[in-house]
Design a protein around this ligand. Structure first.
Ligand SMILES: NC(=O)c1ccc[n+]([C@@H]2O[C@H](COP(=O)([O-])OP(=O)(O)OC[C@H]3O[C@@H](n4cnc5c(N)ncnc54)[C@H](O)[C@@H]3O)[C@@H](O)[C@H]2O)c1
Length: 313
Protein backbone atom coordinates (compact mmCIF):
# COMPACT_ATOMS: atom_id res chain seq x y z
CA UNK A 1 0.00 0.00 0.00
CA UNK A 2 1.36 3.42 -0.97
CA UNK A 3 2.10 5.84 1.84
CA UNK A 4 -0.27 8.77 2.31
CA UNK A 5 0.94 12.35 2.65
CA UNK A 6 -1.31 15.08 4.02
CA UNK A 7 -0.34 18.40 2.42
CA UNK A 8 -1.78 21.54 4.00
CA UNK A 9 -1.79 24.43 1.56
CA UNK A 10 -1.82 21.93 -1.33
CA UNK A 11 -3.67 24.37 -3.60
CA UNK A 12 -1.04 27.05 -3.15
CA UNK A 13 1.99 27.77 -5.33
CA UNK A 14 4.61 25.58 -3.59
CA UNK A 15 1.95 23.18 -2.26
CA UNK A 16 0.89 22.16 -5.78
CA UNK A 17 4.52 21.48 -6.77
CA UNK A 18 5.05 19.43 -3.59
CA UNK A 19 1.85 17.54 -4.40
CA UNK A 20 3.12 16.81 -7.91
CA UNK A 21 6.50 15.62 -6.60
CA UNK A 22 4.81 13.28 -4.10
CA UNK A 23 2.40 11.86 -6.70
CA UNK A 24 5.32 11.35 -9.11
CA UNK A 25 7.06 9.34 -6.36
CA UNK A 26 4.06 7.07 -5.84
CA UNK A 27 2.54 8.66 -2.73
CA UNK A 28 -1.16 9.13 -2.21
CA UNK A 29 -1.75 12.81 -1.48
CA UNK A 30 -4.57 14.29 0.58
CA UNK A 31 -4.66 18.07 0.29
CA UNK A 32 -6.21 20.45 2.81
CA UNK A 33 -6.65 24.11 1.87
CA UNK A 34 -9.16 26.89 2.42
CA UNK A 35 -8.41 28.33 -1.05
CA UNK A 36 -7.86 31.79 0.45
CA UNK A 37 -4.51 32.13 -1.30
CA UNK A 38 -4.47 29.06 -3.53
CA UNK A 39 -6.99 27.82 -6.10
CA UNK A 40 -8.56 24.70 -7.59
CA UNK A 41 -6.94 25.73 -10.86
CA UNK A 42 -3.50 25.13 -9.27
CA UNK A 43 -4.36 21.45 -8.67
CA UNK A 44 -6.56 20.89 -11.73
CA UNK A 45 -3.80 18.77 -13.31
CA UNK A 46 -4.25 16.12 -10.57
CA UNK A 47 -8.07 16.13 -10.47
CA UNK A 48 -8.35 12.79 -12.30
CA UNK A 49 -5.52 11.10 -10.38
CA UNK A 50 -7.03 8.43 -8.10
CA UNK A 51 -4.16 9.01 -5.67
CA UNK A 52 -5.15 12.65 -5.14
CA UNK A 53 -7.90 14.11 -2.98
CA UNK A 54 -8.38 17.61 -1.64
CA UNK A 55 -10.72 18.94 1.03
CA UNK A 56 -11.65 22.57 1.55
CA UNK A 57 -10.99 23.59 5.14
CA UNK A 58 -9.31 26.07 7.42
CA UNK A 59 -6.33 25.18 9.65
CA UNK A 60 -7.84 27.48 12.28
CA UNK A 61 -10.59 24.87 12.69
CA UNK A 62 -8.96 22.33 15.06
CA UNK A 63 -11.65 19.63 14.72
CA UNK A 64 -11.66 19.77 10.95
CA UNK A 65 -7.85 19.57 10.89
CA UNK A 66 -7.91 16.53 13.19
CA UNK A 67 -10.46 14.84 10.91
CA UNK A 68 -7.94 14.85 8.02
CA UNK A 69 -5.50 12.54 9.83
CA UNK A 70 -7.04 9.13 9.06
CA UNK A 71 -4.32 6.83 7.70
CA UNK A 72 -1.79 9.63 7.18
CA UNK A 73 1.91 8.65 7.21
CA UNK A 74 3.47 12.10 6.88
CA UNK A 75 2.14 15.64 7.08
CA UNK A 76 3.74 18.42 5.08
CA UNK A 77 2.49 21.71 6.51
CA UNK A 78 2.60 24.58 4.04
CA UNK A 79 -0.72 26.37 4.66
CA UNK A 80 0.08 29.90 5.76
CA UNK A 81 -0.68 33.54 5.25
CA UNK A 82 2.39 34.75 3.40
CA UNK A 83 2.02 38.44 2.64
CA UNK A 84 4.71 40.50 4.41
CA UNK A 85 2.98 43.83 3.74
CA UNK A 86 -0.47 42.54 4.66
CA UNK A 87 0.98 41.12 7.89
CA UNK A 88 2.04 44.63 8.92
CA UNK A 89 -1.50 45.88 8.26
CA UNK A 90 -3.27 42.90 9.87
CA UNK A 91 -0.91 40.98 12.18
CA UNK A 92 -3.78 39.21 13.98
CA UNK A 93 -4.84 37.29 10.93
CA UNK A 94 -1.27 36.03 10.33
CA UNK A 95 -1.06 35.02 13.98
CA UNK A 96 -4.29 33.01 13.82
CA UNK A 97 -3.25 31.06 10.75
CA UNK A 98 0.53 30.76 11.14
CA UNK A 99 0.67 30.21 14.90
CA UNK A 100 -2.72 28.92 16.11
CA UNK A 101 -3.36 26.98 12.87
CA UNK A 102 0.12 25.43 13.03
CA UNK A 103 -0.51 24.36 16.61
CA UNK A 104 -3.70 22.60 15.47
CA UNK A 105 -1.70 20.70 12.85
CA UNK A 106 0.94 19.79 15.43
CA UNK A 107 -1.65 18.60 17.92
CA UNK A 108 -3.26 16.38 15.27
CA UNK A 109 0.19 14.97 14.47
CA UNK A 110 0.79 14.29 18.16
CA UNK A 111 -2.56 12.53 18.60
CA UNK A 112 -1.86 10.25 15.62
CA UNK A 113 1.94 10.02 15.94
CA UNK A 114 2.37 11.42 12.43
CA UNK A 115 5.68 12.74 11.17
CA UNK A 116 5.56 16.47 10.40
CA UNK A 117 7.49 18.70 8.02
CA UNK A 118 6.96 22.36 8.79
CA UNK A 119 7.75 24.59 5.82
CA UNK A 120 9.17 27.75 7.35
CA UNK A 121 10.90 30.58 5.56
CA UNK A 122 14.25 32.32 5.09
CA UNK A 123 12.51 35.56 6.05
CA UNK A 124 13.17 34.74 9.71
CA UNK A 125 16.89 35.45 9.28
CA UNK A 126 18.87 38.56 10.02
CA UNK A 127 20.61 40.20 7.06
CA UNK A 128 23.64 38.29 5.63
CA UNK A 129 27.24 39.55 5.64
CA UNK A 130 28.69 40.91 2.42
CA UNK A 131 30.41 37.67 1.37
CA UNK A 132 28.95 34.70 3.17
CA UNK A 133 25.69 32.83 2.82
CA UNK A 134 23.15 32.25 5.56
CA UNK A 135 23.45 28.86 7.23
CA UNK A 136 21.10 27.43 9.84
CA UNK A 137 23.20 28.88 12.69
CA UNK A 138 22.75 32.43 11.39
CA UNK A 139 20.92 34.74 13.84
CA UNK A 140 17.17 35.11 13.37
CA UNK A 141 15.62 38.57 13.49
CA UNK A 142 12.06 38.56 12.12
CA UNK A 143 11.31 41.96 10.55
CA UNK A 144 7.55 41.52 9.98
CA UNK A 145 4.63 39.73 11.63
CA UNK A 146 4.77 37.29 8.71
CA UNK A 147 8.32 36.31 9.67
CA UNK A 148 7.57 36.48 13.40
CA UNK A 149 4.54 34.19 13.18
CA UNK A 150 6.40 31.72 10.96
CA UNK A 151 9.26 31.61 13.48
CA UNK A 152 6.79 31.08 16.34
CA UNK A 153 5.31 28.14 14.39
CA UNK A 154 8.83 26.67 14.03
CA UNK A 155 9.51 27.02 17.74
CA UNK A 156 6.26 25.30 18.68
CA UNK A 157 7.04 22.51 16.21
CA UNK A 158 10.50 21.99 17.71
CA UNK A 159 8.95 21.96 21.18
CA UNK A 160 6.83 18.98 20.05
CA UNK A 161 10.00 17.27 18.83
CA UNK A 162 11.78 17.79 22.16
CA UNK A 163 8.72 17.52 24.43
CA UNK A 164 6.87 14.61 22.81
CA UNK A 165 9.53 12.99 20.63
CA UNK A 166 7.32 13.79 17.62
CA UNK A 167 9.34 13.38 14.40
CA UNK A 168 9.52 16.99 13.18
CA UNK A 169 11.59 18.61 10.45
CA UNK A 170 11.73 22.39 9.96
CA UNK A 171 12.62 23.70 6.50
CA UNK A 172 13.58 27.22 5.51
CA UNK A 173 13.40 27.56 1.74
CA UNK A 174 14.71 30.83 0.29
CA UNK A 175 12.59 32.85 -2.12
CA UNK A 176 10.93 30.51 -4.56
CA UNK A 177 9.46 31.34 -7.98
CA UNK A 178 7.89 29.61 -10.95
CA UNK A 179 4.58 28.76 -12.62
CA UNK A 180 1.43 29.00 -10.46
CA UNK A 181 2.87 31.69 -8.20
CA UNK A 182 0.60 34.69 -7.91
CA UNK A 183 1.66 37.68 -10.02
CA UNK A 184 -0.34 40.18 -7.96
CA UNK A 185 1.17 42.29 -5.18
CA UNK A 186 1.02 39.33 -2.79
CA UNK A 187 2.98 37.23 -5.30
CA UNK A 188 6.68 36.87 -5.93
CA UNK A 189 8.90 39.45 -7.55
CA UNK A 190 9.86 37.18 -10.48
CA UNK A 191 6.20 36.53 -11.38
CA UNK A 192 5.26 40.19 -10.98
CA UNK A 193 8.15 41.41 -13.18
CA UNK A 194 7.57 38.72 -15.84
CA UNK A 195 3.85 39.45 -16.05
CA UNK A 196 4.47 43.18 -16.35
CA UNK A 197 7.14 42.65 -18.99
CA UNK A 198 4.79 40.48 -21.08
CA UNK A 199 2.13 43.20 -20.79
CA UNK A 200 4.67 45.86 -21.85
CA UNK A 201 4.37 47.56 -18.45
CA UNK A 202 7.18 49.27 -16.56
CA UNK A 203 8.88 47.13 -13.87
CA UNK A 204 8.60 48.91 -10.53
CA UNK A 205 11.35 48.38 -8.00
CA UNK A 206 10.71 49.21 -4.35
CA UNK A 207 13.54 51.33 -2.94
CA UNK A 208 16.97 51.49 -4.59
CA UNK A 209 16.90 47.85 -5.82
CA UNK A 210 20.22 46.90 -4.25
CA UNK A 211 18.44 44.44 -1.92
CA UNK A 212 19.25 40.87 -2.99
CA UNK A 213 17.38 37.57 -3.06
CA UNK A 214 18.47 33.95 -3.52
CA UNK A 215 15.87 32.76 -6.03
CA UNK A 216 15.07 29.05 -6.22
CA UNK A 217 12.93 27.44 -8.94
CA UNK A 218 9.69 25.75 -7.79
CA UNK A 219 10.63 22.19 -8.76
CA UNK A 220 13.96 22.45 -6.90
CA UNK A 221 12.08 23.67 -3.82
CA UNK A 222 9.49 20.86 -4.05
CA UNK A 223 12.21 18.21 -4.43
CA UNK A 224 13.96 19.63 -1.36
CA UNK A 225 10.77 19.54 0.72
CA UNK A 226 9.95 15.95 -0.26
CA UNK A 227 13.55 14.71 0.19
CA UNK A 228 13.67 16.24 3.67
CA UNK A 229 10.24 14.84 4.57
CA UNK A 230 11.28 11.28 3.75
CA UNK A 231 14.84 11.27 5.14
CA UNK A 232 15.40 9.80 8.62
CA UNK A 233 18.45 12.04 8.94
CA UNK A 234 16.27 15.15 8.69
CA UNK A 235 14.21 14.44 11.84
CA UNK A 236 14.81 17.10 14.50
CA UNK A 237 16.71 19.28 12.03
CA UNK A 238 16.29 22.80 10.67
CA UNK A 239 17.42 22.89 7.03
CA UNK A 240 17.83 25.74 4.53
CA UNK A 241 17.54 25.49 0.77
CA UNK A 242 18.52 27.98 -1.89
CA UNK A 243 20.90 28.28 -4.81
CA UNK A 244 23.83 29.77 -2.88
CA UNK A 245 23.78 32.81 -5.21
CA UNK A 246 21.96 36.06 -4.68
CA UNK A 247 20.88 38.62 -7.25
CA UNK A 248 19.94 42.25 -6.70
CA UNK A 249 16.42 43.30 -7.63
CA UNK A 250 18.02 45.77 -10.08
CA UNK A 251 19.85 42.90 -11.86
CA UNK A 252 16.73 40.74 -11.81
CA UNK A 253 14.72 43.52 -13.48
CA UNK A 254 17.40 43.84 -16.18
CA UNK A 255 17.30 40.06 -16.76
CA UNK A 256 13.52 40.00 -17.14
CA UNK A 257 12.90 43.25 -19.05
CA UNK A 258 12.75 42.79 -22.80
CA UNK A 259 12.40 45.22 -25.71
CA UNK A 260 11.19 48.63 -24.58
CA UNK A 261 10.11 47.60 -21.08
CA UNK A 262 11.07 50.36 -18.67
CA UNK A 263 12.39 50.02 -15.13
CA UNK A 264 11.61 52.58 -12.43
CA UNK A 265 12.25 52.90 -8.70
CA UNK A 266 9.30 53.66 -6.45
CA UNK A 267 8.99 54.41 -2.77
CA UNK A 268 8.98 51.37 -0.52
CA UNK A 269 5.74 51.12 1.53
CA UNK A 270 7.37 49.18 4.36
CA UNK A 271 11.18 49.59 4.11
CA UNK A 272 11.57 48.39 7.71
CA UNK A 273 10.40 44.90 6.71
CA UNK A 274 12.91 44.61 3.86
CA UNK A 275 15.92 42.32 4.34
CA UNK A 276 18.82 43.89 2.46
CA UNK A 277 20.69 40.74 1.61
CA UNK A 278 19.46 37.15 1.47
CA UNK A 279 21.82 34.47 0.23
CA UNK A 280 21.47 30.86 1.32
CA UNK A 281 24.27 28.58 2.39
CA UNK A 282 22.72 25.26 1.27
CA UNK A 283 25.62 23.08 2.51
CA UNK A 284 23.52 21.24 5.12
CA UNK A 285 20.81 20.27 2.59
CA UNK A 286 23.52 18.94 0.30
CA UNK A 287 25.35 16.99 3.01
CA UNK A 288 22.26 15.60 4.74
CA UNK A 289 19.97 14.98 1.77
CA UNK A 290 22.25 15.02 -1.27
CA UNK A 291 19.98 17.83 -2.53
CA UNK A 292 21.17 20.40 -5.05
CA UNK A 293 19.25 22.94 -7.11
CA UNK A 294 19.31 22.18 -10.84
CA UNK A 295 17.48 25.08 -12.53
CA UNK A 296 19.44 28.29 -13.18
CA UNK A 297 17.74 31.66 -12.81
CA UNK A 298 17.88 32.26 -16.58
CA UNK A 299 16.32 28.85 -17.29
CA UNK A 300 13.68 29.32 -14.59
CA UNK A 301 12.67 32.75 -15.87
CA UNK A 302 12.41 31.28 -19.39
CA UNK A 303 10.16 28.46 -18.18
CA UNK A 304 7.97 30.90 -16.26
CA UNK A 305 7.68 33.19 -19.28
CA UNK A 306 6.69 30.27 -21.53
CA UNK A 307 4.09 29.09 -19.01
CA UNK A 308 2.60 32.58 -18.65
CA UNK A 309 2.38 32.92 -22.45
CA UNK A 310 0.64 29.53 -22.77
CA UNK A 311 -1.79 30.36 -19.96
CA UNK A 312 -2.21 33.92 -21.27
CA UNK A 313 -1.57 35.28 -17.78
N1 LIG B 1 6.96 31.54 -1.95
C1 LIG B 1 8.12 31.59 -1.35
O1 LIG B 1 9.05 32.19 -1.85
C2 LIG B 1 8.32 30.89 -0.02
C3 LIG B 1 9.63 30.82 0.47
C4 LIG B 1 9.85 30.17 1.69
C5 LIG B 1 8.80 29.59 2.36
N2 LIG B 1 7.53 29.69 1.88
C6 LIG B 1 6.46 29.03 2.65
O2 LIG B 1 5.89 28.04 1.82
C7 LIG B 1 4.51 27.90 2.14
C8 LIG B 1 3.69 28.04 0.87
O3 LIG B 1 3.88 29.35 0.35
P1 LIG B 1 3.38 29.76 -1.11
O4 LIG B 1 4.32 30.75 -1.66
O5 LIG B 1 3.07 28.55 -1.89
O6 LIG B 1 2.04 30.55 -0.74
P2 LIG B 1 0.54 30.34 -1.24
O7 LIG B 1 -0.26 31.48 -0.70
O8 LIG B 1 0.50 30.12 -2.71
O9 LIG B 1 0.13 28.99 -0.50
C9 LIG B 1 -0.37 28.98 0.81
C10 LIG B 1 -1.62 28.11 0.80
O10 LIG B 1 -2.16 28.07 2.14
C11 LIG B 1 -3.56 28.22 2.05
N3 LIG B 1 -4.04 28.79 3.31
C12 LIG B 1 -3.82 30.04 3.80
N4 LIG B 1 -4.45 30.19 4.98
C13 LIG B 1 -5.07 29.02 5.24
C14 LIG B 1 -5.89 28.56 6.31
N5 LIG B 1 -6.19 29.36 7.34
N6 LIG B 1 -6.36 27.29 6.25
C15 LIG B 1 -6.08 26.47 5.19
N7 LIG B 1 -5.31 26.86 4.15
C16 LIG B 1 -4.82 28.12 4.18
C17 LIG B 1 -3.80 29.15 0.88
O11 LIG B 1 -5.11 29.02 0.33
C18 LIG B 1 -2.73 28.69 -0.10
O12 LIG B 1 -3.21 27.70 -0.98
C19 LIG B 1 4.19 28.91 3.21
O13 LIG B 1 4.23 28.25 4.47
C20 LIG B 1 5.32 29.92 3.10
O14 LIG B 1 5.57 30.55 4.33
C21 LIG B 1 7.27 30.31 0.70
Amino acid sequence: MAETALVTGAAGFIGRWVTKELLDRGYRVHGYDDFSGGSRENVAAFADDPDFTIVEGDIRDADRVAAQFDDVDICLHLAAEIDVHESLNDPGSHFETNVVGTQHVLEACRQTDTRLTLVGTCMVYDVADADGGIDEGHPVDPASPYAGTKLAGEDIAMSYYHGYDLPVTVLRPFNTYGPFQKASNAGGVVSIFTKRDLAGETLKIYGDGTQTRDLMYATDCARFIVEASTSDDAVGEVINAGTGEDVSINKLAELIATGDTGIEHVEHHHPQSEIDRLRCDPTKAHELLGWEPTVSLEEGVDRLRTWMCEKEI
